[in-house]
Design a binder for this molecule. Structure first.
Ligand code: FPP
Length: 229
């Protein structure tokens, strides 16, 4: 969800106004994704690197998160959307953790559509934690190194049980992943949009999904092999 700061600057507003608009856009996109029957929508809301931003911006983002959850948990319930979190939320302020846990618990029984918020998330941190947990299981005899395969290791990642993303969209014209789902994106299609996140609406999401529908996903095979299946 990139480009909130630039959206605000272009209007002579403080950066936080851009984040406020960005939050408004989250529910628009949740609705648009539901309409397109997208089962899993992951939003990168706060990275482990984002703590390095000016303290007042970090604090404002945490308060926006709290406001978002307090205002929108009932809307997620209405829309039957399950909320998952990836990342370490224990490092977030208590006032943000409480509504997160409430929303996760209140939506835990929904099965059709999931909204996954990446909060204090970083792929490298995720991998290190997975290795630590895996090694502990090896040491206690619960896991066997010789039989380690990808599905087993993926079970140690914070995305356990969530399918790999088919499509990754980054808004605002930046062409990089910025420590987002680095292992899970091994075969994801990438879509980079010049539109700033507050302006990225249902129409733009539709264009991205349409572009995705025209991609040939080969997963290491040849184009001819794919056409035969
Ligand atoms: C990137 O834009 C955006 C972020 C680091 C924060 C995204 C967060 C929100 C939309 C609000 C919180 C989310 C939820 C779900 C409540 P930027 O600030 O880097 O933009 P810039 O590159 O134009 O400066």
């Amino acid at each position: 969800m990139d480009g909130n700061g630039r959206w605000a600057r272009q209007r002579g507003l403080p950066r936080i106004e851009g984040h406020r608009q960005g939050v408004q856009n989250v529910l628009r996109i949740v609705d648009a994704a539901n309409d397109l029957d997208i089962k899993y929508l992951t939003l990168y809301a706060f990275s482990v690197e984002n703590w390095q931003r000016p303290p007042d911006e970090v604090s404002a983002l945490m308060h926006l998160l709290e406001i978002f959850l307090n205002q929108y948990t009932s809307k997620l319930i209405e829309r039957k959307v399950r909320l998952h979190i990836i990342g370490d939320i224990e490092a977030l302020p208590q006032f943000a953790q409480l509504p997160i846990n409430n929303a996760v618990n209140a939506t835990a029984h929904f099965t059709e559509h999931s909204l996954i918020l990446a909060l204090n998330y970083g792929a490298r941190t995720e991998v290190l934690k997975a290795i630590q947990a895996y090694v502990a299981d090896v040491q206690s005899g619960k896991a066997d190194v010789d039989s380690l395969d990808w599905p087993t290791f993926a079970g140690y990642l914070t995305t356990k049980g969530i399918p790999d993303p088919d499509l990754i969209i980054r808004t605002s014209g930046e062409n990089r992943l910025s420590n987002f789902l680095l292992l899970q994106s091994a075969y994801s299609e990438m879509y980079f949009s010049p539109v700033l996140w507050p302006d990225f609406g249902a129409e733009q999401l539709g264009e991205a999904v349409n572009a995705f529908a025209h991609r040939e996903r080969r997963f290491g095979k040849t184009g001819e092999q794919i056409k035969q299946t």
